[in-house]
Each structure stands twice: as C-alpha cells, then as structure tokens.
Design a protein around this ligand. Structure first.
Ligand code: PMP
Length: 406
C-alpha cells in the first residue's frame, strides 16, 4: 500500500474542505477540470501584488520581474515534458487552441487525398480542427476503431496507416474510457513512414509525466486547468524544425521581427506563435502547479490512484445493473459507467444532491458514444487528492440511487 499521505495533500486544496448541498464535497469531476492547490493561488496572487507588468518590453524593473517569472514558467513546462529547448514550448489557451494552431500550421503540407489518422476515442478537440483543415485542403479524416473494451484496435491501426497517411493525431489518454494508448510504439510506426505525429496529452498529464523525447512525437499539448493549474492557458510542445516551417497562427504584436507595409518578418521561436499579450499570471500559476507536483511523491501518488481504481472496480458489483464502459488493461483512474434503467444525467443530479460531483453526457466524444450506442455516460474521474472513503461514498450513493430510482 502506498505511503502517499492523502490527508496532508488535501489540506493544500482549500476548495475540497467545503460542504455542497449540506454534504461534504466529494469532487470526482477531475477529468473536466482539476482543483488548485494553495501554491498556485498564492503564486498568482503574489505575481499580481509584486511583479505584474507586460513582458518582453525590458524598459523597467517590473517588466523584468514579470518577464523572468513568465519565462521561468516556460522552463518549468519544458522540464515537465522533457523537451530539448524552451524554443519548442509555446503558450496557448489550452489543448484546443494548440490543436487548432497545429492543424492550421500543417495545412500547407496537405493536398487532396491525404489522410489524417485519428481514433474513435478522440475528444472533439482532436477531431473538429482536423475536419476543418480537411475541408480546406481536400484531405480526409480517417478514424481508427476501438475495441469493445475501449482499447485502440491495433490491427485496424496497422491497416489504416498507409501511403496516404500524413498526420497521426491521437490522444494519450481517453477522457471517457481512461485508456492509456501505447503512444510510443504507434508514434514509432508512424514516423517510420514519415507521418507527423500529434499527441493530445490533456488527460495524461494529471496522472503521469510525459517525456516528449522518449515518445518521439512531433507535437504534444495539454491544458493547465486539468494539471491543477489555472484556466486560460496551456502548453504546446513542437519539434523545432516543424515549428520553423509552419506559418504563424495569429498576427499581431510580439510575433514579429519587423513590420513594414512592404514586408513583415516573423519573430524567432517560440514567440512567432505568441501574438499579443500572453496570459502571464496564468503561466506563473502553471509553473507553480508543476513545482507543486514535483514536490509530491510521484510514485506513491500513482500507486494511490491505481488503488482507487481497483477499489472502484471491486465495488461495481454492489450496484445492480451497473456497467463500466472502458475496461482497458492500461488505464488511469477514470470510470465511465451506466446503470440500467437510469439516465446518466439523472445519476449526476441525484449524486449532486449527496455532495458528489461527477460528469454526465457525451464528454465531447460523440463518435465514441455512437460506438457504444449510448447517448452519454456518467463519469467519475479521480485525482491524487481523492480518498478511498470517497470511492466508497460514491458507491453507497449509487446503491441508493439505484434502489430508489432505477
Ligand atoms: N482533449 C482531451 C482528451 C480532453 O479531455 C479535453 C478536455 N476535456 C480537451 C482535449 C480539450 O481541452 P481544453 O478544453 O482545455 O482545451
């Protein structure tokens, strides 16, 4: 059993201590957005109290402080993902914007008949930008099916990865199923064919640290708000050669080297992709979230998370008619489920009355809902600050809901 001290960790998250609907809050909607430790709140507060100014202007002391806090955060993100250089770390608004930026930037490489391989388990953020790009270029978005257990169908992957495949856009971890995809192996196969690889890390980073050099992917992105940091910011890793050849995403201040009405030239990486005043305090907050995580016992934390999932799986049989969707061997503690005779949104409402927050609906993954033939699921997604008691409370509440309403 893990040595990880969950009670101590919970004290770092003030929001978790409250009551909701007269019951202690049990927050199991971490996949949608995670809560923030004091370290993040304090870092952002301190930034605004002591150092706020615009960045990269260099004329005065506050500007220097803000710039070094902001660029310091970029270095923390680089180290977190093990990228080779901060030139390869671009601030975005989040995962969604990062994927749009890349789809836009790669469009010039595509022609009619080219294929973008995605999977059936993608979030809409890793489908729709590619469809928009396909619309512009005549390329085609091709989904790799999943198995009933919620794993990527590798035989199909092998047959669909073909001469026309130009881009592989794949989620590291499914937000609905919790499945961890074998990204390193798939990237290796894709790269052997010269395919550009884009990995959506939104649901992976809250549970483990990615190593972009070991994965070998060309692009990797995540949102700070799921990594215990603020909303409004995320990070994109891109291989420098590809970023160099891509056109900018937005035009404006900061992203230029020189502007004239005859000819405008672009700034160097990463600034070429960062038009306008960035989310400075949010970058500082994300840096603080990464520092906070670095200070935790990562192995103990993972063991504790795994134990939560094992316990949840054991308890499924205590709720008549409950069925888990997504039973991959390798998964993070995310549990999508249905209960016979109950609509997912009713499950969500009835749990909320007992202080338990989960997510219900299609989870921005309609093609996956279609595959399972359901309009939506109920989803409990755990973080390292969740306790065994909370898992048990969830099941006690589900038993009650099932008894009274199914
Ligand atoms: N991809 C996955 C797998 C996600 O879970 C999410 C968020 N639900 C996103 C992309 C989009 O992230 P954001 O809304 O923060 O841009």
């Amino acid at each position: 059993q893990a040595r990880f001290d969950v009670d101590a960790v919970r004290r770092d998250f003030p929001i978790l201590g409250q009551q909701v609907n007269g019951k202690p809050l049990v927050y199991l909607d971490n996949g949608a957005s995670a809560q923030k430790p004091l370290a993040v709140l304090d870092a952002m507060d301190r930034y605004y109290r002591e150092m706020h100014s615009n960045v990269h202007r260099g004329a005065h002391t506050l500007g220097d402080r803000a710039t070094s806090a902001f660029e310091g955060a970029r270095e923390k993100v680089r180290a977190f993902m093990n990228a080779a250089s901060t030139r390869e770390i671009i601030w975005t608004r989040g995962t969604t914007e990062a994927i749009n930026l890349i789809a836009n930037g790669l469009a010039q490489r595509l022609k009619a008949g080219d294929e973008i391989l995605v999977s059936q388990m993608e979030h809409h953020a890793n489908i729709v930008p590619w469809q928009m790009m396909a619309e512009r270029t005549g390329a085609k978005v091709v989904p790799v099916p999943v198995t009933p257990a919620g794993e990527l169908d590798l035989d199909s992957f092998n047959s669909l990865l073909g001469d026309n495949t130009k881009i592989l856009a794949l989620t590291h971890v499914s937000n609905v199923l919790g499945t961890i995809n074998p990204v390193a192996a798939l990237v290796e196969q894709a790269k052997a064919r010269g395919v550009i690889t884009v990995i959506d890390g939104a649901q992976a980073v809250p549970h483990f640290q990615p190593d972009v050099q070991a994965l070998g992917c060309d692009f990797y992105m995540f949102s700070a708000h799921k990594l215990f940091g603020p909303t409004g910011i995320g990070a994109l890793y891109g291989r420098a050669e590809l970023l160099e050849e891509m056109p900018p995403y937005q035009g404006g201040g900061e992203m230029i080297e020189r502007v004239s009405f005859e000819r405008t030239t672009w700034n160097t990486l990463p600034y070429k992709f960062e038009a306008g005043t960035p989310a400075i305090a949010e970058a500082v907050g994300l840096g603080a979230a990464i520092d906070y995580l670095d200070g935790l016992d990562r192995e103990g934390m993972q063991a504790a998370e795994d134990a939560l999932l094992v316990r949840a799986n054991e308890l499924v049989e205590t709720v008549p008619g409950m069925e888990i969707i997504g039973t991959a061997k390798n998964k993070v503690p995310v549990m999508s489920f249905k209960i016979e005779g109950l609509h997912p949104s009713d499950i969500g409402t009835l749990l909320d009355q007992q202080g338990i927050a989960i997510r219900t609906g299609h989870h921005c993954a309609m093609p996956l809902m279609d595959f399972y033939g359901v309009p939506g699921t109920a989803r409990a997604s755990f973080a390292f600050y969740n306790t065994m008691e909370e898992v048990e409370q969830l099941f006690t509440a589900l038993q009650k809901v099932q008894r009274l309403f199914a």
